[in-house]
Design a protein around this ligand. Sequence first.
Ligand SMILES: N[C@@H](CCC(=O)N[C@@H](CS)C(=O)NCC(=O)O)C(=O)O
Length: 253
Amino acid sequence: MQFFTNGFSPFARKVALALDYKGLAYEPIDGLTHENRDALLKVNPRAEVPALIDGDVTIVNSSDIVAYLDLKYPERPIYPAAIKDRVEARALERLADTRIDAIMLDCSIWTWADRKDVAPPGLMEAGQADLDTIFARIESVLANCPTPLPFGHLTIAEFALWPHLAALRPLGFTMSPELYPRLNGWFATMRRDKLFLNDARRTGEFMKSIPTNTSFERERIFWRGDRIEWLLARGFDDWFFAELRAGRTIWPE
Ligand SMILES: N[C@@H](CCC(=O)N[C@@H](CS)C(=O)NCC(=O)O)C(=O)O
């Protein structure tokens, strides 16, 4: 299998966790380097990672890739067997992909992009407030689930949430142990697992290389739907449109 990935992308890391969980061998290709951009474009015209080539099948979009993997390689299932649990696990995946990702990406630009300015006032506070709403929602879901793993085994919910939860502290966010004890307990269980430790190591190595690595775009930001929605909904439209006018945006092809 050829796997177009990137050490920073939470969507690619979700798929890498699924591949590793199932013990599937793959050749990782960093799809976001300048050198590999043409190869990625041939596989995914949106120029986004992750993308997977498995024999004569090409799949893009992390949720579709994981669904494909579970169908093609059913050993060690990634979705819970019980229908209700499956619906809940997918809802948690969607929450991670569409809401948590948007907030964390929008608020973290100044930590990884090549910027001379500072974040607009109130951005981090707005991000933390919305993350708290999301954490409270997850906490209430966990109240009705067993511990330490809400669905009995590792599932898509852990694979989708982990890259974001692991980045909270480094990016300056908090997830209060007092307010969200179950969520913190779940995260601690992930942190002890070799699968997630291995992902953290890979990402740590990638992040260390960023400041000196010239293979990546760091001046212009790649934008798409949910990430823009959050900015506009929280009143950072002036900042966003100034970025657009300054030519610091890239769009899916
Ligand atoms: N819905 C897609 C989202 C994928 C996505 O947003 N990928 C980002 C990285 S996190 C990307 O490849 N951006 C292109 C770039 O940064 O150049 C999925 O679930 O796979």
